[in-house]
Design a protein around this ligand. Structure first.
Ligand code: AMP
Length: 422
């Protein structure tokens, strides 16, 4: 039997119904925050991703040479493509420019629950604004997006890469040391980190202090440590304004400060954040984002940029784990002709109702009434119309409510109004 490639999935109509529900809710939320949709190609020049993330990214993505000898890659994320498109076509647009997207991404990851080789991201990029209110809105938008789809329990962790870099500077941890330490910080492997810090001549109290600052949720503690560092003090002041707005204006209070958030250190700067769904266990990160600098790297005139990406598939897993009731894939009407002579009338009624935006299907197998009603129930039909001889003589049909089982005779001309106002 032929199977879908490892790490990819098919989505059945029932699953698609869930995905479209989430997509619709997220798109509505993005638009309510003033974002406009953008779409970029599924594959890009490989160089786009190596320029952003370095040559080692090739091991983690689907990179290939096409028949014309071009080095290409299936996109592993959408920030680089969107910024490439901005530099190529949108630089003259009025700022700020607010772009949102949905798109499949491809990574040569080890598949497991919540981790796939083909997965969907929803996300946005905010180009040309970095005031505290712009940043607070970005964080607020990410949180609202996940709340609006119906998630109950999510946590936002907020870090700051400017402070993170100052921390490394204070403890005199240079680039080579950072390379060893970053993956451990990223995975919160603090015991291993303590050992690695020892190898970097940072043991004992100083090592403990470093680890504590990565873990603490107390802004006061962080402020106390940095109080003589002008760069850090300024960054902390800005960050406090962002957090005040996030709490008081955007009503987001489920967040924690976490300096240990590591994102692409080469291009992220300032505020970075992640949103987790604890219910998911190991692969619990739903969203990641922050402010970054990529425009000049791609040949454009530098402007402030920030954004986030939400893992669409994990959002569904989290909703399922929380027991969320998705809108059911109901069929408005199923029409059953009692015999083949009624087929023409059946289809005519179906077509009329479809024109009114009602979803309609009809029996196409000439089954008996019992089997047809069973099928209608299996299809989650809300109403059934039975086209019978006796009723048709009176230009009427039988309308059955599938929930209550009650039936009424309705003139054909009044089907639509009866369905709308029962
Ligand atoms: P990133 O671009 O790595 O910051 O990822 C953004 C979000 O995409 C993550 O928070 C995850 O929810 C989701 N994500 C990343 N990689 C995968 C994957 N292999 N499968 C499913 N979702 C993923």
């Amino acid at each position: 039997m032929l199977q879908a490639p490892r790490g990819t999935r098919d989505f059945t109509p029932g699953e698609m119904q869930k995905r479209r529900y989430i997509e619709h809710t997220m798109a509505t939320t993005f638009r309510s925050f003033g974002y406009g949709e953008i779409q970029t190609p599924t594959f890009e020049n490989l160089e786009l991703f190596t320029a952003k993330s370095g040559g080692s990214i090739i091991d983690e993505i689907y990179a290939f040479t096409d028949k014309g000898g071009r080095q290409l890659a299936l996109r592993p994320e959408l920030t680089a493509p969107v910024i490439r498109c901005y530099v190529e076509r949108l630089q003259m647009e009025p700022k700020p420019l607010k772009l949102y997207y949905f798109g499949n991404c491809y990574r040569y990851d080890r598949p497991q629950k919540g981790r796939y080789r083909e997965f969907q991201q929803a996300g946005c990029e905010l180009i040309g604004a970095d005031t505290p209110e712009a940043m607070a809105e970005l964080l607020g938008c990410a949180f609202t997006l996940l709340k609006n789809v119906g998630l109950q329990n999510i946590r936002m962790n907020i870090g700051n890469l400017t402070l993170f870099n100052r921390l490394f500077a204070h403890f005199k941890l240079e680039k080579p040391a950072q390379k060893t330490l970053l993956p451990l910080i990223d995975k919160s492997l603090f015991d291993d980190l303590r050992v690695a810090l020892g190898d970097c001549d940072l043991s004992g109290e100083a090592g403990d202090q470093f680890i504590n600052l990565l873990q603490t949720a107390s802004l006061d503690e962080i402020k106390e440590f940095f109080h003589k560092d002008d760069i850090a003090v300024q960054e902390l002041t800005t960050m406090e304004t962002v957090l005040d707005l996030l709490r008081n204006a955007f009503q987001v209070t489920d967040y924690e400060i976490k300096l240990g958030i590591v994102r692409g250190l080469d291009y992220y700067k300032g505020i970075v954040f992640e949103i987790d769904a604890p219910v998911l266990g190991a692969e619990k990160q739903l969203c990641g984002g922050g402010s970054y600098e990529l425009v000049s790297l791609f040949g454009g005139t530098e402007v402030p940029t920030a954004g986030f990406a939400v893992g669409f598939d994990r959002t569904i897993l989290a909703l399922e784990a929380e027991g969320f009731t998705f809108p059911s894939p109901a069929l408005d009407v199923y029409i059953i002709p009692v015999n083949p002579e009624m087929v023409l009338t059946t289809i005519t009624i179906a077509q009329q109702l479809r024109k009114e935006g009602i979803s309609v299907d009809f029996d196409q197998l000439r089954r008996g009434m019992g089997k047809s009603l069973k099928y209608a129930a299996a299809r989650n039909a809300l109403k059934v119309i039975i086209v019978g001889l006796k009723e048709l003589e009176q230009q009427s049909v039988t309308l059955r409510d599938m929930k209550t089982g009650t039936q009424e005779i309705v003139p054909i001309t009044r089907i639509h109004s009866t369905l709308k106002h029962p």
